[in-house]
Design a protein around this ligand. Structure first.
Ligand SMILES: *Cc1c(COP(=O)(O)O)cnc(C)c1O
Length: 224
């Protein structure tokens, strides 16, 4: 029952705020994902390749799978045939490998650059400077089988809402800057992936076009 209410709440949010809602299904069983699917959700997010593959094989083929976790180059080949959007591209090397696997599958793979906006230390994500430098360089020009469709960011894990707001707002400004400045065949800024269960309202107020919601749809995660 709760699942049904949660899903319908986010379906309403998607319409009202004109955003995409990705149901983050990591750690959730295929049975529970199927229930959410039956309620009408088609976008699901996973952060581990080894968890995603068996789920994909056991669930309907019209699901749009989003990859939201750290991606290792040697695992791209497993998801390249079907993945809808990779949110977590954090290096030139990864982009190059995604391009290669996409070409093998005769696909153009849609990617977001992950930007590190939080105060927490993280090995993952570009700084604004690094991302801009990459996009302004000619290093990605030869990648014909990818499309850089936007940016993804995670705000600091803090109770300080103004801090979270300023991080989201900074990412939105950067997104707009790139959208206006970078004119390339394989760059088309459309998706700003920001906001999770704890901060999606702030993210939407600051211009998010896609929220990634796990706990608020499925309930608490149980790791096993
Ligand atoms: C787990 C995860 C989410 C969802 O988190 P919730 O707080 O459960 O909504 C969103 N984005 C990423 C990258 C995640 O790893």
């Amino acid at each position: 029952m709760e699942l049904k209410e949660n899903v319908s709440f986010f379906q309403k949010t998607a319409v009202e705020k004109k955003c995409t809602v990705v149901a983050v299904s990591k750690t959730q069983s295929p049975e529970v994902i199927r229930q959410v699917y039956d309620l009408g959700i088609r976008d699901f997010g996973e952060n581990k390749v080894q968890e995603l593959i068996p789920k994909k094989e056991n669930l309907p083929s019209d699901i749009r799978w989003h990859f939201i976790g750290h991606l290792q180059s040697n695992k791209i080949k497993y998801i390249a045939p079907f993945i809808h959007l990779i949110h977590s591209v954090d290096s030139l090397k990864l982009l190059k490998e995604i391009n290669k696997e996409a070409a093998k599958n005769d696909r153009i793979l849609s990617c977001l650059l992950q930007i590190h906006i939080a105060i927490e230390e993280s090995k993952f994500g570009f700084s604004f400077e690094e991302a801009l430098k990459l996009l302004e360089s000619n290093e990605t020009d030869a990648f014909k089988s990818i499309k850089i469709n936007g940016l993804m960011g995670m705000a600091s894990f803090t109770e300080n809402k103004e801090k979270v707001r300023s991080e989201f707002s900074g990412l939105k400004s950067f997104f707009e800057q790139i959208r206006q400045k970078i004119k390339k065949e394989n760059v088309e800024m459309k998706v700003l992936s920001m906001g999770m269960s704890g901060d999606y309202q702030i993210a939407l107020e600051e211009g998010s076009t896609l929220i990634r919601v796990g706990t608020s749809i499925f309930g608490e995660r149980h790791y096993h």
